[in-house]
Design a protein around this ligand. Structure first.
Ligand code: AMP
Ligand code: MG
Length: 496
């Protein structure tokens, strides 16, 4: 008995002009097996996890089952990749099976990654490897557990089908959920071709689907679009504040990987900060460090500017007066809303991590000094804050602390003395925002290596762990540890 075919589809994207997509079916994975199933994601779709038939689920996840109401398509988009304009990208290995609407009226794209070649595959094979499917699956849950907006995944199917990357690996598919997969690059695709009507169509689609309250239909188009653009800039800024506060590095912040909804999208060679380094580069193919950890907020703003350029296609003033500062002024003002959205959000998150209930002069300096200590001493970022929450030894045994570290702790203690309330309440508050468990590369790697030997149990254990990263989880403590030995040297590339 299953309820997968009770899903209610409303495929709005497939009703857009055919220029938006290719109609294409998944290429089924041969002899698939179930690698992972996420009951929390099933609930988002109103599915009862206990009633899902595992064989049917495996067939759905592997592209072998077509649900009634599904209308598979691959979306077209473009993008700036490492700063370089690429006019044609698109879903080269992912297929939008359709859009499901749940009882709360929420819309969820069912997006099958690794589902075979499409018109947009270029030289790629249309597949994903098991390693990258597991990394994406766990990352979505880990970020969701931290309260960071992100895509989720319903599950993973695997197959022994060989896939050639740097080494020969095996294929897997991941069924990803997001309210929308529209990217900055979806707008850029049509704007660059001068297809203004398509830009308008996409704008109206996104508004109707996601933010019907955001802009009044009665207002002139340019005003509505500028307001939308400001909203995207602000959402993106708040997402960046969360990434930076939690030590997350995405690794490939090309405009085709930037969600129009400000959610984390397209996990590749991401990484969580361990020994703190603002210059941390998680993607070893990013030789220049364009997407280094600390550069992410600035790069996201650069990406917003590219989106803005695409959207100005809908502003006749800009079209009539190209390059005119006056015509661009409302757009510049929208873009300028980025830092005023980022800064207070980041400050708020970091005050929370430091356990500061009040805002005081000197807090910014206290934080800057701390980041200097973390950087100089390469302290493990999550461990530092978790121990600070316990008011235990933050980072390392006292005798190992640097002069600067000890000085900072004194300054911090003095600052806490000016806080109202009890220290015990503070410790609890801090533990609710300073995770004990973040998805360290070595932990993901252990789950991957076991899965490659057909033992999928650790994936499920980690899913549960990361759904509550603030809990203590007795027996799981080793997953909170920084890497040691060869695990320090795990490198992650784009080749997924
Ligand atoms: P990504 O770096 O994963 O965001 O992918 C960038 C672009 O390359 C997107 O258009 C992908 O669909 C496409 N792509 C990546 N890997 C493959 C693959 N194995 N086969 C086909 N297209 C791919
Ligand atoms: Mg991508």
């Amino acid at each position: 008995m299953t309820n997968l075919d009770s899903l209610v589809f409303d495929n709005a994207y497939a009703r857009l002009h055919p220029a938006f997509y290719e109609v294409v079916d998944p290429t089924p994975l041969p002899e698939p097996y179930l690698v992972a199933f996420n009951p929390d994601a099933a609930v988002l779709l109103d599915l009862d996890p206990a009633r899902i038939d595992r064989d049917e689920l495996t067939a759905l996840l592997s592209g072998n089952l077509r649900l009634p109401g599904s209308e598979p398509i691959a979306e077209a988009y473009a993008g700036h990749q490492f700063g370089v304009w690429v006019p044609q990208l698109g879903d080269g290995r992912a297929i939008l099976l359709g859009q499901v609407v749940n009882a709360r009226g929420e819309r969820w794209d069912l997006h099958l990654k690794g589902a075979g070649r499409t018109r947009f595959s270029r030289f790629g094979d249309g597949r994903s490897v098991l390693r990258s499917a597991i990394r994406e699956y766990l990352a979505g849950e880990a970020l969701a557990g931290l309260g960071i907006p992100t895509t989720r995944a319903l599950g993973i199917a695997g197959s022994d089908l060989p896939v050639q990357r740097e080494e020969t690996e095996t294929a897997a598919t991941l069924l990803r959920l997001a309210p929308s997969h529209v990217r900055f690059g979806s707008f850029e695709f049509f704007a660059a071709r001068g297809e203004t009507e398509r830009v308008r169509e996409l704008f109206e689609h996104v508004i109707a689907q996601q933010s019907p309250d955001l802009v009044l239909a009665s207002e002139p188009l340019p005003i509505r679009v500028v307001r939308f653009f400001a909203e995207v800039c602000e959402r993106t800024a708040r997402l960046m504040a969360r990434w930076i506060a939690e030590g997350f590095a995405h690794g490939v912040m090309n405009t085709d990987n930037m969600s129009i909804l400000g959610i984390t999208l397209d996990y590749g060679p991401y990484g969580f900060l361990e020994g703190y380094d603002a210059g941390f580069i998680c993607n070893h193919t990013d030789v220049e460090g364009r997407y280094a950890f600390g550069r992410q907020p600035a790069v996201a703003l650069w990406n917003c500017a590219r989106l803005g350029e695409a959207l100005t296609a809908l502003d006749p003033d800009v079209a009539a007066n190209p390059g005119s500062e006056e015509a661009l002024a409302p757009w510049q003002a929208a873009l300028d809303s980025y830092w005023p959205a980022f800064n207070p959000e980041y400050a708020r998150l970091m005050r929370g991590k430091l356990g500061l209930a009040t805002e005081q002069e000197g807090d910014a300096g206290l934080l800057q000094e701390l980041l200097g200590v973390l950087q100089a001493d390469r302290l493990d970022y999550p461990t530092f804050f978790r121990r600070l929450s316990g008011l235990g030894s933050p980072g390392r045994p006292d005798e190992d602390r640097s002069e600067r570290h000890r000085a900072w702790l004194e300054r911090y203690a003095a600052r806490l003395a000016g806080e109202p309330g009890h220290a015990t309440g503070r410790a609890e508050r801090m533990q609710r925002v300073n995770p004990k468990y973040v998805l360290r590369n070595w932990v993901a790697q252990e789950a991957i290596e076991r899965a490659q030997r057909k033992d999928f149990s650790l994936i499920e254990e980690l899913r549960r762990l990361f759904s509550d990263p603030f809990g203590e989880h007795p027996g799981m403590e080793r997953f909170a540890e920084p890497p040691s030995g060869p695990a320090r040297d795990i490198v992650v590339s784009c080749s997924s």
